[in-house]
Design a protein around this ligand. Structure first.
Ligand SMILES: [Zn+2]
Length: 137
């Protein structure tokens, strides 16, 4: 098994409380006190466990129950490189660069196109003839 989910120590400790429970679930509030973490940092840790698919929440907001989805053998304490950032990620995905070759309409040489309407190679574009005729095209 190489695809264990890396957790921070705090998240691992919280998950262990749930996973070691005979029913593999814990009422939210009981879990907070069992974990020993402050409610605010606890909710951050729990959020990560939920978004990673390690645990799920069920029930009404005030009386939630936390269920273990994975097992202790599925997780490990390790470096967490990529944390899900649902609220803070506003950046749009960049368009993938075109990686395609095409024959230049002018010199017939193969060249890497820069965009889909790129029909003339760089060499021809920078030539005087192209620069002069471009406006008329
Ligand atoms: Zn060309």
């Amino acid at each position: 098994m190489t695809d264990k989910i890396n957790l921070r120590t705090a998240e691992y400790n919280i998950f262990r409380v749930i996973a070691k429970n005979p029913e593999r679930k814990m009422p939210y509030r009981a879990l907070v006190s069992a974990s020993g973490y402050a409610p605010k940092s606890f909710s951050n840790h729990l959020h990560y466990l939920v978004t990673s698919g390690v645990v799920t929440k069920s029930g009404p907001l005030q009386k939630q129950t936390i269920h273990a989805v994975l097992f202790m053998t599925d997780v490990q304490v390790g470096p967490v490189t990529r944390r899900p950032s649902v609220a803070h990620n506003n950046s749009k995905p960049k368009a993938a660069p075109i990686k395609k070759k095409r024959n230049c309409l002018k010199c017939r040489e193969k060249f890497w196109i820069e965009h889909k309407n790129n029909w003339i190679c760089k060499g021809c574009k920078s030539s005087v003839a192209w620069t002069e005729c471009a406006g008329a095209a």
